[in-house]
Design a protein around this ligand. Sequence first.
Ligand SMILES: [Zn+2]
Length: 290
Amino acid sequence: MKFFSAKNFLHEEHEQLERQKKSLGLKMNSVDRENLSGTIKNYFVTLDGCTCVDFQRRLKPCKHMYRLAFELGAFDLDAEKIDALLVATPKPVNAFYTPKYFLRAPVPKNFVVIDFETANDFKDSICQMGIAVIEGDSIIARENFFIRPPYKNFTNTKIHGITFDDVKKSPTFAELWPEIKIFVAGKIVAAYNVPFDMSCLVSTLKFYKLPVPNFSAFDILENVRECRALSRLANRRLITVAQELGFAHDAHDALSDAVVAAQVQLWITKNFPQTETLILSARKPSANRK
Ligand SMILES: [Zn+2]
């Protein structure tokens, strides 16, 4: 991999420019000018690679490599130039889940609420999934899965408390998929912030090269945003809404998040029966789904 030996248009991609910008704030712990390598935090960095998960996954220069390249005089880092290029370069659409069909309709009677916790910023690093199945005005089933993601770095432990050790013996998402699929395929799936959870689902399926089943989705967070009775809340975080409505909530436990999001939707539907929601589908919705 010769990233820095000749002009490479790779460095002008939006995502790469963002890494260059981040690299400006990094400090080298050590530089070995003879071997063109160095260390930043606990990463071993060369001009061809880095031990960080970002490089391991993308095989494109990470922020550490840009910092080293700058240190060695192999790459120019200029904050103003980077900012100008960032403005000029379109940001790639990062939504793995791209709905094509939009239908405004009353909130469905039967739906499944899902919630994911992820190990780190990668959407395919799911480490817990909570499921709440709704029929009519009640939650008729709950499921909780702990999942071993394909990563060991758990930068989100501070959010949900799950460590790699906690799930190292758990099944992978691919192993659980036959069980999980029952709750998703052909269903109306809801989440509290649909773009996040659907992107987790779709990118994890893609990671394991599993086909994405057909399903529809709606966003409970959007329904909360549109609910006038909740408009005076300081914010629309699930924890805030749960507190307002008096629902017991263990925030960032995937099962509790799914159950509470379901309770919030049921509360909205009960108190505002006219409520409509935007139902998204990646594929043409079939006429007789349940
Ligand atoms: Zn790196």
